[in-house]
Design a protein around this ligand. Structure first.
Ligand code: HEC
Length: 138
């Protein structure tokens, strides 16, 4: 199942064809540079770890996960009620402006203005989620 989800996520990343929450036509996800994305991810690491919850929920397993669904993390009501599934498309919209996409989120990060930065960090998240060394399947 996780393999299939990864395949779908990768296809979305490459062809920008997956459907998301808002369906706006202008936020096509372009294929990102995971190496640059890893550098950008340092900003996320102020609050996120891959395998453990920290200020924010852990990021292993993120791709294909329902928003607000890590059982032992205390999410905002807004995130739990958002109905989002995390794909490259929804991540692109969220990371444009977290507070605009999920009104009431407690994620204190302003977002990336540059679509290329969003694509790069998403490419890194997809890659790291597929790497058993970084994200072991428990
Ligand atoms: C200042 C701390 C902080 C920073 C920096 C931050 N986050 Fe978050 N993040 C959070 C918190 C807190 C939540 C939980 C939000 C809620 O419940 O409303 C969250 C939630 C998320 C979620 C939803 C996860 C889920 O399980 O539903 C994603 C995706 C996410 N963050 C990605 C990122 C990425 C990618 C970056 C870097 C570009 C980042 N965050 C930077 C604190 C942060």
């Amino acid at each position: 199942m996780s393999l299939k989800i990864f395949g779908t996520a990768l296809a979305c990343l490459l062809v920008a064809a997956c459907s998301g929450k808002s369906g706006g036509g202008e936020t096509a996800v372009v294929a990102g540079n995971a190496t640059h994305g890893k550098e950008l991810y340092a900003q996320c690491q102020a609050c996120h770890k891959l395998t453990e919850n920290f200020v924010g929920p852990h990021h292993c397993g993120l791709i294909g996960r329902a928003a607000g669904s890590v059982p032992d993390f205390e999410y905002s009501e807004a995130m739990k009620a958002s109905g989002i599934t995390w794909t490259p498309k929804t991540l692109d919209e969220f990371l444009t402006s977290p507070i605009a996409y999920v009104s009431g989120t407690k994620m204190g990060f302003a977002g990336f203005d540059a679509a290329s930065d969003r694509a790069d960090v998403i490419a890194w998240l997809v890659q790291v989620n597929a790497d058993p060394a970084a994200c072991p399947k428990s």
